[in-house]
Design a protein around this ligand. Structure first.
Ligand SMILES: [Ca+2]
Length: 185
């Protein structure tokens, strides 16, 4: 039970520029950083799943690879990726034969990475194992989830933040509701 999804990120990205020192050079640098991350081909996201969360959540793993192409003229530094991950499953708690969708947050954390050098493409990974998951009542989920329905994993929010132009500019890119993959039975 393993599959991987390549999510193409369309520009749902909301880009925030938090510039305190806008010298001309910094402005140009910041502008090119925005161009880099606004261009959808410069960020790819691939999610790989291992283990069966509905059999033994303890053995479940998700690895999310972010491939970022720094087309710019200076390094992307202090790179941090913050992510809230939802699992969507179906139950029929009231036994009327009609399933209801339930959303549960299973991960909410951030990770820091090494810089991506100017002109280079690099892949940064977030590997999520059982001990990284938020406190969720797995027994309840295993008992009540309807196995006839797929389980969907959605990154409700991904915030990529970095510094650019020798630390003169900080910026954030926010991606909302990125579908990472469906888990089949
Ligand atoms: Ca129902």
């Amino acid at each position: 039970m393993k599959h991987s999804t390549l999510a193409k990120l369309s520009i749902q990205a909301l880009i925030l520029l938090i510039a305190s020192m806008l010298s001309y050079v910094a402005f140009i640098g910041g502008y090119s950083a925005l161009i880099i991350l606004e261009e959808e081909d410069n960020i790819d996201l691939e999610a790989k799943f291992a283990g069966d969360i509905m059999v033994d959540p303890g053995l479940f793993e998700i690895e999310i690879d972010f491939t970022i192409n720094n087309e710019g003229y200076s390094d992307l530094e202090d790179l941090t990726i913050e992510m809230e991950l939802l699992m969507v499953y179906n139950t029929d708690a009231n036994n009327d034969g009609i399933p209801e969708e339930v959303e549960v947050t299973i991960f909410d954390d951030d990770k820091s990475f090494d810089a991506i050098k100017a002109g280079e493409e690099d892949t940064k990974s977030i590997k999520i194992e059982y001990e990284d998951l938020t406190d969720v009542n797995w027994n309840d989920i295993l008992l009540n989830a309807e196995p006839a329905y797929d389980i969907l994993f959605i990154a409700e929010s991904i915030v990529i933040s970095a510094k650019y132009s020798y630390g003169l500019l900080s910026f954030k890119v926010e991606l909302e509701d990125t579908e990472l993959g469906t888990y089949f039975f």
